[in-house]
Design a protein around this ligand. Structure first.
Ligand SMILES: [Zn+2]
Length: 395
């Protein structure tokens, strides 16, 4: 499987300057992509093709040709992702923002790795002359074959290294299905076909978010009082970036732990297939509601804060490594409907109760209904009975 590793490195002052320069040049490549795409569209009314984009950026930047191509690929990827989202009814913009910096990538022919942790990044030829490569050192090489190296900026310049870890995807003979619901108060609520059900609390993640939003709002307030671009403004802006990157790391860590717990739970309960509550639908649904404006905004913030996409990506990665499949399904209306009678109601407390006598923990109720909707095709009582709910939290 391809894995990723982020690491700081050592390099001479001159090399570090040149690395910064690389990301500035990559930014220029990105801007060139934007210009070429615009020109093509104005002239022909058509979208620029991959080959035209590569031709239009070839040989004019002092970078390795694969590094230039990588920017083109990212541009095309962003454009196609926007097109797909727009087709699905979202209001995504096509890439248009010019950039001062852009991560530089070196693919298979663009670097050499030595056993002592030395890495040589090729700069290719420019104007008929071979450019001196960049030499840097990292403490520990990943165990496996390195596929790609990307120069990123996270508080400092760092390398993001993609490598093949040589691990095969494990086969299993599991049969159970599971449905998972990602919510605000609890990160994950899930039921499995053997009756086991689990709530992994997201209180930690919520507190990181809350603290971050508070700090950011404070800095934003201070920044609004000084002139944009002034010394003081820049100081606050740096602080803002620091808060963002620190909380991102904390969040990433918490999400990794949470999703690992869920993957372990799936193994314990011999789950083969996981249905993931699709949130796109939920988010669209919320923004359409126009009655209570204030409420709407806070709900939206909570949802977007939740980084559902990240949860899904982490889960996919961890589950597929264990031979468990995961897919997105529409989970709308699963929280309000009673599974035992045709009644619907809004839940405000932690327990969903119905006049017909049915009651269940709100989140497990939602996950159960989502299970029925996905695997039975309708919301109804489950074919198995639920055992006691297991609660987990991340430290
Ligand atoms: Zn009922």
């Amino acid at each position: 499987m391809i894995r990723c590793m982020k690491t700081p490195f050592r390099a001479s002052k001159e090399t570090v300057d040149r690395l910064f320069q690389c990301n500035r040049i990559s930014g220029e490549v990105w801007n060139r992509c934007l210009e070429l795409a615009k020109e093509t569209h104005l002239k022909t009314g058509k979208w620029i093709t991959k080959s035209a984009l590569q031709k239009g950026t070839k040989g004019i930047f002092p970078l390795h040709s694969q590094s230039v191509q990588a920017v083109c690929h990212k541009y095309l990827f962003a454009r196609d992702a926007a097109r797909k989202a727009r087709k699905a009814g979202h209001k995504n913009k096509y890439p248009y923002k010019r950039k001062k910096h852009f991560n530089t990538k070196w693919a298979n022919n663009g670097f050499k790795v030595f056993e002592n942790g030395k890495i040589q990044l090729s700069m290719g030829d420019f104007e008929g002359k071979r450019q001196a490569p960049l030499i840097l050192w990292i403490k520990e090489l990943p165990e496996g074959e390195i596929k790609e190296i990307e120069l990123i900026f996270d508080r400092q310049l760092q390398l993001s290294i993609a490598y093949e870890d040589g691990q095969e995807v494990k086969e299993n003979t599991f049969l159970n299905r599971s449905a998972i619901d990602v919510g605000e108060v609890h990160t994950i609520a899930a039921v499995a076909e053997n009756g086991e059900n689990i709530i992994i609390t997201g209180r930690k993640i919520r507190s990181i978010h809350r603290l971050r939003n508070k700090k950011l709002a404070e800095l934003q307030r201070k920044m609004s009082k000084c002139t944009k671009g002034s010394k003081q403004w820049k100081k606050y802006n740096r602080a803002k970036r620091y808060v963002l990157s620190k909380s991102n790391r904390q969040l990433q860590d918490a999400l990794h732990k949470t999703t690992k717990q869920f993957a372990d739970w799936c193994m314990e309960n011999e789950v083969k297939e996981v249905a993931f509550g699709c949130v796109d639908g939920v988010q669209r649904n919320t923004s359409r509601r126009k009655k209570k404006r204030v409420r709407r905004r806070t709900t939206n913030q909570k949802l977007s804060n939740w980084s559902f996409g990240k949860v899904y990506a982490y889960l996919t990665y961890k589950l597929e490594a264990k031979g468990i499949s995961i897919d997105k399904y529409d989970e709308r209306f699963t929280t309000q409907q009673c599974p035992c009678c045709p009644k619907r109601r809004k839940v405000s407390s932690r327990i969903y109760t119905c006049t017909c006598g049915y009651s269940n923990h709100r989140d497990i109720h939602g996950a159960s209904n989502f299970f029925a909707k996905t695997f039975y095709g309708e919301i109804r009582a489950l074919d198995f009975s639920l055992k006691n709910t297991k609660y987990l939290r991340i430290a």
